[in-house]
Write a new protein. Structure first.
Length: 218
């Protein structure tokens, strides 16, 4: 209870920093969820019984495109969390709490921010799904623009038949229910990554602090 009350009082005193932390989490969740969702969308398109829009090689290229951006985004996020976490630790050095409790209090503060960011992203997706799909479609088209010699249309029956646009809307290719499922699967992965990153930061700062104390005692 003392840790929770300390964290809440800290949030009240440093509202600007807390707002910044959950906004960082919200942007990170949005980016990680979007790229992860697009990877799952490509898998759905590849395994669909309908007309195959891409060859296996093209699917692999697109998957690698989004995997690279997912990896880069994850690394940038970890560096931002590290910098912000370190800043918050430095800011609270004069607090009467023991260092160990300070680490946990800051960690709990970040976890609360992560929960708020998760709720906000779910609400944004629910209330503004067409806008989210438009942004997702933009990321999707950027990936397609990187591929050379990609046809604009695919025919359902060789040189004749129905022409399917490569750049058709994702909602046209997949049902809204499927997109919703993919969104929550991707969101869970993004939340898990940020949660584990925060756990690693808390443990790392705690171990570093313990090592420095032991060194000073010697």
């Amino acid at each position: 209870m003392e840790l929770i009350s300390t964290t809440l009082s800290t949030i009240k005193r440093h509202r600007l920093q807390f707002s910044l932390s959950w906004v960082i989490c919200l942007v990170a969740l949005f980016v990680l969820t979007s790229f992860s969702m697009l990877k799952l969308v490509l898998y759905q398109l590849d395994s669909s019984n309908q007309i195959q829009l891409f060859t296996a090689k093209e699917i692999d290229q697109l998957q690698r495109y989004f995997s690279d951006r997912l990896l880069i985004s994850g690394l940038i996020l970890f560096v931002l969390l590290l910098a912000f976490f370190g800043y918050r630790v430095h800011q609270q050095k004069k607090d009467p709490l023991p260092k160990k409790k300070i680490f946990y209090a800051i960690g709990l503060e970040f976890f609360i921010g992560l929960m708020i960011a998760t709720i906000c992203l779910v609400l944004l997706f629910t209330l503004f799904e067409p806008l989210y799909q438009t942004i997702l479609q933009s990321f999707y088209h950027q990936a397609l623009n990187q591929m050379k010699e990609l046809p604009n249309f695919v025919l359902s029956n060789g040189t004749s038949g129905i022409a399917y646009s490569i750049r058709s809307s994702l909602s046209f290719e997949l049902s809204s229910t499927t997109l919703l499922d993919l969104f929550f699967v991707s969101l869970f992965k993004a939340v898990s990554y940020i949660f584990l990153s925060l756990c690693v930061l808390i443990l790392s700062f705690y171990l570093i602090n313990t090592s420095l104390k032991k060194a000073n005692v010697r």
